[in-house]
Unconditional design. Structure first.
Length: 256
């Protein structure tokens, strides 16, 4: 369990639907990655794509589409540098990751990184960061951020800056290959560390063109689409109002 604030709302986030002893002054308890809705909460369906890591690497690779295998080969041929940090060891990377992600988010029109939450995840030992870099310049091409719990590695963020170089198709292709190669390297490492599932974090069910392109990228790695749930339980009036506002925002997005 971790505790952090978001827009003055105090949130306790747990990684299973089991009850946990909560600290004082918490407005919301948030259950993540539940297999079904949680009684007494506002539960949100969250489709995602998961790849089993139980098979041997050759079998996992064989289950991928040609698109993914092509990107993996291109990444290997580029001799990319692959690095990772786990838990508290993420600290030396955090400042650069935040800056990198915020540039990415600005290009995509997304919110900046939640520094408190990510730092709390790292301190709790459930955050892992990985990155692929150009072997000559050492410039980071792609960052991945994961939460790890209950034998599953959940992709929390994937960030790159190819949109900052509009019209540079060669750079965009290099970044895309690096992303595919890093995804495979992450799968191999998580498998070696005893994880049984790689979770891409989401599966888009709407009509956003960028998100649909991400679906194509994710689906090229095989796996299966599954329904998971997030669940919020308001413990204070502030928490209950925040949950209600979030629910209204979800209805508005579906309407659009």
């Amino acid at each position: 369990m971790i505790v952090y604030s978001k827009q003055s709302v105090r949130i306790a986030e747990v990684f299973s639907s089991a009850e946990a002893r909560l600290p004082e002054r918490v407005d919301i308890v948030r259950f993540r990655d539940c297999s079904s809705p949680v009684a007494g909460t506002v539960s949100y369906s969250h489709p995602t794509l998961q790849v089993s890591l139980h098979a041997d690497p050759a079998a996992i690779l064989a289950g991928m589409r040609k698109r993914a295998r092509r990107k993996i080969r291109a990444g290997e041929e580029a001799n990319l540098a692959c690095e990772w940090r786990a838990g508290r060891d993420c600290a030396p990377w955090m400042t650069h990751f935040f800056e990198f992600f915020d540039r990415f988010a600005n290009l995509r029109g997304l919110p900046p990184a939640n520094r408190e939450r990510l730092s709390t995840l790292a301190a709790a030992g459930v955050l892992q960061l990985t990155r692929a870099s150009d072997p000559q310049t050492r410039a980071v091409l792609v960052y991945h951020a994961y939460t790890v719990a209950a034998g599953t590695a959940h992709l929390l963020h994937s960030a790159s800056l190819f949109r900052a170089r509009q019209g540079d198709d060669e750079y965009a292709e290099a970044v895309s290959n690096a992303n595919g190669w890093l995804t495979w390297q992450d799968m191999l490492r998580f498998r070696a560390d005893g994880f049984g599932c790689y979770d891409f974090g989401s599966w888009h069910t709407g009509n956003d063109p960028d998100q649909l392109k991400l679906n194509v990228f994710k689906h090229s790695f095989g796996g299966a689409i599954v329904d998971r749930y997030f669940a919020d339980r308001g413990l204070t009036l502030k928490g209950k109002l925040a949950i209600y506002a979030r629910k209204l925002q979800g209805v508005a997005r579906k309407g659009r």
